[in-house]
Design a protein around this ligand. Structure first.
Ligand code: ARG
Length: 463
């Protein structure tokens, strides 16, 4: 390296260093330093492999592996001076290694490129996030199972169009979210399995002539196998995109539940009371207890889904193999991961702490003619009416009750018989909300016994 102003890693053919603006747009060290631990793990595996295959001297490889640990502890201790002139984490680490062990550090980059290096580092990072997300989802599911178990037979209104539809059980409602987060968990596991192939050794794009052992590095880094096509391996960001799509769907589920918590904790509903630990106050209105965590979770989908769209847009239209566009992958994924994991933790905290107000749920369940369908079903079963006719008769009864300002169970029998003379005293059995939910025993239905079976199934399924 004759010219001291050109880049010490690639400046051999350059007579001048980059313009400040060039450096500003090019450098990724400001954010990819988050990949330091993964970068060093990848380099240590690579160094061990280079020695095992006789590509570098064992002494040099040992010095690299030791020196890399020193670099890691410097970074973790906050003593490392990151340099934008060295662009990214890969070159910052390597340059420091050279200071520590001397010029033999330059042999570390034999048979590899930053292209396979960054693909490997980033995969390792995303894999860790998937593992953390799996834990977060499992913890949230456990919190929901506890809520479901406590109130497996509590009744509440079930809604369609946010209008009272039919009574359901609190346990059933909680278990609906267990199903959603359970699907997220299964998507996390699928994505992890599919991504777990090691790009290291693909080199710049075409592989290498050095006699490397890709199985060895793949195994050392916990991958199932090496990637099978070097062009694909250095230009693939599907793993990041899958992470973002799994995160987007999960954040959408979180957002839906958050919306329910916002509604349920309002003075008008009072279905749940959120704990002080997961609420905030107002600086002007002393009576306020706001569901800020739920609102923020509801909003997080914006940036997470935004990251998904952003990276899809970065990747579309890129020719094989690596293009610098791909450096724009990281910040989006970092931000989405941070916010998804935080949302999962906050939701778990809120669900774990919240109190369902059984009495308010039951009162609401019994209002709004919620058992009208039970009445129609009774007319079909007991009087053999075609369902359409039963629907019509019930509609007239609802109108009558509405006009009298009462609910269906409060309508006198004579009033009912004036609409259909076959109706008997026995009809009142099906108009109660507890009977209503207890009757819905179809598989997947809201009956407490069905809900308890699902709780037991999920407890078995969780690790
Ligand atoms: N900082 C780069 C990135 O994040 C590393 C790969 C650079 N490769 C290259 N051929 N310039 O994508």
């Amino acid at each position: 390296m004759s010219d001291t102003t050109s880049n010490q890693m690639w400046g051999g053919r350059f007579a001048a260093g980059p313009d400040a603006i060039m450096e500003a747009i090019n450098a990724s060290i400001g954010f990819d330093k988050r990949l330091a631990a993964q970068d060093i793990a990848g380099s240590r595996a690579h160094a061990a492999m280079l020695a095992a295959t006789g590509i570098v001297e064992p002494n040099d490889a040992e010095a690299m592996r030791e020196g890399l640990l020193t670099v890691l502890s410097e970074i973790e201790g906050g003593e490392f001076a990151f340099s934008p002139a060295l662009e990214d984490i890969h070159m910052n680490v390597e340059a420091r290694l050279k200071e520590i062990m001397g010029p033999a550090a330059g042999r570390l980059h034999t048979a590899r490129s930053r292209n396979d290096q960054v693909a490997t580092d980033f995969k390792l990072w995303v894999r860790d996030q998937l593992d953390a997300a799996a834990e977060g989802l499992e913890a949230l599911i456990r919190a929901l199972l506890e809520q479901a178990e406590a109130g497996a037979d509590w009744v509440m209104p079930g809604f369609t169009h946010l209008q009272t539809a039919q009574p359901v059980t609190w346990g059933h409602h909680m278990m609906a979210y267990v199903e959603m987060f359970g699907r997220d968990l299964s998507r996390v596991r699928d994505a992890r399995k599919r991504m777990n192939e090691c790009p290291l050794g693909s080199a710049a794009l075409a592989g290498t002539g050095f006699p490397i052992d890709r199985d060895m590095t793949a195994e050392a880094l916990g991958f199932d196998r090496p990637t099978a096509n070097s062009l694909d391996a250095v230009s693939d960001r599907d793993f990041a995109l899958e992470f973002l799509s799994v995160a987007s769907i999960s954040a959408m589920h979180l957002s839906r539940f958050a919306e329910e918590l916002v509604i349920w904790s309002s003075a008008q509903f009072r279905f749940v009371t959120l704990s002080d630990r997961f609420s905030t106050g107002s600086s002007i209105m002393p009576q306020k207890k706001n569901p800020d965590a739920a609102e923020l979770i509801r909003a997080k989908i914006g940036r997470i889904f935004g990251a998904n769209v952003a990276l899809m847009t970065v990747m579309k239209g890129l020719p094989l193999a690596y293009s610098k566009d791909m450096q724009e992958d990281k910040e989006q994924v970092f931000d989405a991961a941070d916010n998804w994991l935080l949302s999962l933790a906050a939701m778990q905290g809120m669900v774990g702490d919240m109190t369902a107000n059984r009495a308010a749920l039951e009162t609401a369940a019994a209002s709004g003619f919620s058992t009208a369908t039970d009445l129609a079903d009774w007319l079909v079963r007991e009087l053999n009416l075609p369902f359409r006719d039963a629907h019509h008769v019930t509609g007239s009864l609802v109108a009558k009750a509405e006009a009298q300002g009462c609910d269906l169970p409060d309508l006198p029998l004579a009033e009912m018989q004036s609409v259909h003379d076959g109706i008997t005293e026995a009809v009142f059995d099906v108009l109660g909300v507890h009977n209503s939910v207890a009757s819905r025993v179809s598989y997947g239905g809201t009956a407490p016994q069905r809900v308890r079976e699902q709780i037991a199934r999920w407890k078995e399924l969780l690790p």
